[in-house]
Design a protein around this ligand. Structure first.
Ligand SMILES: [Zn+2]
Length: 337
């Protein structure tokens, strides 16, 4: 009798926690199956004294019926729940699909592609260089020795191994010249890195394009003509340029170039701070020492070089007043382009 109660309690605990039809089927086999608990109790019948057999058999049969009933009821309850759950998940093929998000070219890359297209039309070769440079190509060969104050103009991130993320695409000048024979025209797009405090107009990494030409008889007039051709293509055909003397150790003479503000066409607006001009790039004739460092005879060849921030140009082009928006990852911003 004690075994019967024990089995009853055991089943009671299991049935209340059975919440799906798979578990219920397992319980049915465990209790009512051919080798189940109930049959195992029945097997004890012949071992009992004959006067107890009758009542024992009755009790076991009553338990068997109770178990069967409880299983059936629980089964009904659970399958009802399962069906209503399934009907909640039913597939309605008439509901419109979810449109996948399609990306597009980043605005800086769009501006960059347009700039590079202008270079290609002028017969330039496009070359890319390493983002991590050494002191030699980034400074030394560009006439910026270790003690030179011009190094201070480019706040550099130094790596612990003595290399550096390049501070300008000019690092590619000598690297490229060493592998080519003049005459050549090369454009180098790429990221550059400066230790800048970031604000609306400064970022610690931004995009530049370098252009340089080396050949016989290359003059400052060629530089001007090239800059006009490229900037008019990118900023509009009315663009005028203003050259102002400046200083970079790797060019001589050196000119900082401003272009007519593409927004007000030189009339003055908030983008150009009412001046009508936008400072756009640094340029000049390649210093003879730099040519020499690249193994090119400066008596025979001359060349010019210039570099501008394509991120800055993209800001001008799209009237963007905060450089951080480009890398902020805000879709509301990016989806406008
Ligand atoms: Zn303006």
């Amino acid at each position: 009798m004690e075994d019967i109660r024990k089995l009853q309690d055991d089943f009671g605990a299991n049935i209340t926690s059975a919440s799906d039809s798979k578990t219920l089927e397992e319980l049915r086999i465990r209790y009512l199956g051919r080798n189940g608990e109930v049959n195992r109790l029945m097997e004890k019948l012949p071992t009992l004294p004959s006067e107890e057999r009758g009542s024992f058999g009755k009790e076991v049969n009553a338990l068997k019926s109770a178990i069967k009933l409880a299983l059936d009821e629980q089964e009904k309850k659970v399958s009802g729940e399962e069906i209503s759950k399934l009907s909640d998940e039913k597939l309605d093929v008439t509901i419109p699909g979810i449109k996948p998000n399609l990306g597009h070219i980043h605005p800086v890359t769009q501006a960059m592609d347009e700039i590079l297209q202008a270079f290609v039309e002028l017969g330039y070769e496009i070359k890319e260089g390493p983002d991590v440079e050494n002191d030699h190509y980034n400074f030394e060969v560009l006439n910026i020795p270790k003690s030179h104050p011009a190094r201070d103009l480019q706040d550099t991130f130094w790596l612990t191994n003595g290399l550096l993320p390049r501070t300008h695409t000019s690092a590619m000048q000598v690297r490229t010249m060493e592998t080519m024979k003049p005459p050549f025209k090369v454009a180098v797009p790429g990221w550059v890195y400066r230790q800048e405090r970031e604000d609306a107009t400064h970022a610690s990494s931004f995009h530049q394009v370098e252009g340089f030409v080396v050949g016989e008889g290359i003059s400052f007039a060629n530089l001007k003509g090239t800059l006009f051709a490229i900037l008019r293509k990118v900023l509009g055909s009315e663009t005028e340029l203003k050259f102002r003397a400046s200083y970079f150790p790797y060019v001589e003479p050196c000119a900082e170039v401003s272009a007519t503000c593409p927004h007000c066409k030189g009339q003055g607006c908030t983008v150009c701070k009412q001046s009508g001009w936008i400072e756009i790039l640094g340029s000049g004739m390649i210093h003879p020492k730099v040519l020499q460092n690249a193994g090119i005879d400066p008596k025979k060849y001359s060349g010019f070089a210039f570099a501008f921030g394509s991120t800055r140009l993209a800001m001008l082009k799209y009237k963007i007043n905060d450089i951080r928006l480009f890398t902020g990852g805000d879709l509301r911003f990016l989806q406008q382009f």
